[in-house]
Design a protein around this ligand. Structure first.
Ligand SMILES: *Cc1c(COP(=O)(O)O)cnc(C)c1O
Length: 404
């Protein structure tokens, strides 16, 4: 089998007939376009990021910041990322050696995995997992092992004993994601402490995807696992401007950590994109340095407004008859179609446009076929609430048709 076929298979894109299909995200988005349904499948905002940050990019474009930025990122942006980590988490980073700018969190994750794991090694992730993880892991040749996140007392919880028993002699890395897409769970202090203890005990690397770090609700706090005892020297922390600043199309991301690991990632990144987003880098630098506090206010408003929009959608889903696990972070909510008589999330998602004029994606798209998580979460579907309140109100209204 060629590598691309392994990638397609790992990402669940190969049917029983051996034919490679488009992703479920593409299928559902096409369905939304074809039926005029409200697309709550794909997670991107329908309003723009902060005006002052967009204006800073316009200034950069006009003042000739249009050639290759320095490899590794604009020094000002690297310094601003270090400032951001210090302000929110008390982390002390050397911008020159411990910060790398990437083409979105996606490249940060891909370069980290390509740099640090390979055939014969195992990488542990939570399941369900962000779909890119399986694809990139297949490119590295490492084996992807998963630990299920399952509903328990009103949230998706990590079974720490299961995590422990999933670590074997070949385990090299835990690829973590909190706040978590698709479940919206934010790992608790106890869960993070268990991950950290295990990583230290078994000498594992941790790559942690924290792109939703600022999108947390109800007073829940996001804690980077890198700040736990014994973790700073073995953890690469990944984030990006996309989710925090509602600028998903800019693809400005970053990875921070110990100099030796960041240097390893940088070596690989040089031969992936080398550098990107020249005029966006100074704009994101200004946003993260946040000299006037405008970004902090903007982030606070975004989280507050997302919490309200979450409640709006959750209310609609519950009235329609769904069982809902209320998310503490991200901009996604997972709902169970079983009480409505749908045991297969995929089936429900295919019919939802015709039944209610709304599009969602099945949680099975984030699972490996036949796994524990896949079987337990078969009837669940993911909706996004990062859309304007009017649109969510309309979606909630339409979903009410299901109750009838
Ligand atoms: C959106 C998303 C990413 C991708 O981030 P980019 O900065 O757009 O590359 C990575 N991880 C998770 C969990 C995401 O939801």
């Amino acid at each position: 089998m060629e590598r691309w076929q392994q990638v397609a298979r790992a990402a669940g894109l190969v049917g029983a007939d051996g034919v490679v299909r488009p992703t479920v995200f593409a299928e559902m988005s096409a369905l939304a376009v074809a039926t005029g349904a409200i697309n709550l499948g794909q997670g991107f905002p329908d309003t723009d990021g902060p005006a002052h940050v967009r204006e800073a990019a316009v200034d950069a474009l006009r003042s000739g910041r249009n050639q290759y930025p320095p490899g590794g990122g604009e020094p000002l942006l690297r310094a601003a990322i270090a400032t951001h980590q210090a302000r929110y988490y008390g982390t002390d980073l050397d911008p020159a050696t411990q910060v790398l700018v990437t083409t979105g969190a996606t490249e940060a994750i891909a370069a980290s995995l390509l740099a640090l794991v390979g055939p014969g090694e195992e990488v542990l992730t939570l399941e369900p997992f962000y779909d890119a993880y399986a694809g990139v892991l297949a490119m590295t040749g490492a084996r992807h092992v998963t630990v299920p996140l399952l509903p328990q007392e009103g949230r998706f919880a990590l079974d720490v004993e299961r995590l422990r028993s999933a670590v074997g002699p070949a385990t090299r890395m835990i690829l973590l994601n909190t706040p978590h897409n698709p479940t919206g769970t934010v790992l608790t202090d106890d869960e993070l402490a268990a991950v950290a203890a295990l990583a230290v005990e078994r000498d594992l690397l941790v790559v942690t995807d924290e792109v939703y770090e600022h999108l947390v609700f109800d007073g829940v706090r996001h804690v980077p696992v890198a700040t736990l005892p014994g973790m700073a020297g073995r953890t690469l922390t990944v984030s990006s401007a996309g989710k925090s600043l509602s600028l998903t199309g800019w693809k400005v991301g970053w990875v921070t950590g110990p100099a030796a690991l960041v240097s390893a990632v940088r070596t690989v990144q040089q031969y992936l994109t080398y550098a990107s987003g020249a005029p966006f880098q100074p704009a994101v630098a200004a946003a993260l340095a946040d000299d006037d506090g405008r970004t902090e206010l903007w982030l606070r408003d975004l989280a507050a407004s997302l919490a309200q929009r979450r409640d709006l959608l959750v209310g609609g889903l519950r009235s329609a008859g769904f069982d809902v696990v209320v998310p503490q972070g991200t901009y996604f909510v997972v709902a169970d179609g079983a009480p409505l008589g749908f045991d297969e999330g995929v089936e429900l998602c295919r019919r939802l446009p015709e039944l209610a004029g709304v599009v969602a994606v099945p949680v099975s798209a984030f699972c490996r076929a036949g796994s524990t998580a896949d079987r337990a979460l078969r009837s669940r579907v993911r909706f996004t609430f990062v859309k304007r309140a009017e649109l969510l109100a309309e979606a909630a209204d339409r979903l009410g048709r299901l109750a009838g």
